[in-house]
Write a protein that binds this ligand. Structure first.
Ligand SMILES: [Zn+2]
Length: 177
């Protein structure tokens, strides 16, 4: 069984105020409803395109996996991720977060700052809305299998996200051992 009150809390979750987190969550929720994304897995590309942006796969120099070209309303995903839907989903949702939340700021990917925390939080709430996570944990708790790692794998599959993101989301929602 996995109960609230886990020990795993990320720095960026701590860095954002409860009010800001609520605003970010509301924005993600608004977009999901607006673009009919009510079934799992959430398709962030459908939200992006519904908002008039496009996703392009291109070679990105350096170790960055995604970029937002705000001027041309383009999200660029590194071409290495073209066949990796879970990772691409996370990148697309993160860049969409920058588009909506960090208006006019361009501090660059890879840096650790509030913009990055906000984009990450947005991606988590867009791809893994809290009620869905709660429901899946509930379903999982009824199973025989109770290893935390297999819960993480289950969420990765259902949400089509990376293991890292699934773990972070469980941490944010205080699910742990
Ligand atoms: Zn970023």
């Amino acid at each position: 069984m996995y109960y609230r009150g886990g020990r795993y809390l990320e720095r960026w979750v701590m860095a954002l105020t409860p009010q800001r987190k609520k605003e970010i969550e509301n924005k993600a929720q608004e977009l999901l409803v607006k673009h009919g994304q009510t079934k799992l897995p959430i398709d962030p590309k459908a939200v992006v395109e519904g908002e008039g942006l496009s996703v392009f796969y291109e070679d990105i120099v350096g170790n960055c996996t995604g970029l937002l070209d705000r001027e041309n309303k383009r999200i660029i995903v590194d071409s290495d991720l073209a066949g990796n839907l879970p990772h691409a989903n996370c990148v697309i949702a993160h860049e969409l977060g920058h588009y909506f939340l960090n208006l006019g700021t361009a501090k660059g990917e890879g840096a650790e700052n509030d913009d990055e925390y906000e984009a990450n939080y947005f991606a988590h709430t867009l791809l893994m809305p809290a009620p869905y996570v709660e429901k899946l944990v509930e379903i999982y708790n009824e199973k025989e299998e109770t290893a935390f790692d297999s819960l993480v794998q289950y969420l990765c599959y259902m949400f089509q996200v990376t293991e890292r993101k699934a773990r972070h989301r469980l941490g944010e929602l205080r699910f742990g051992f």
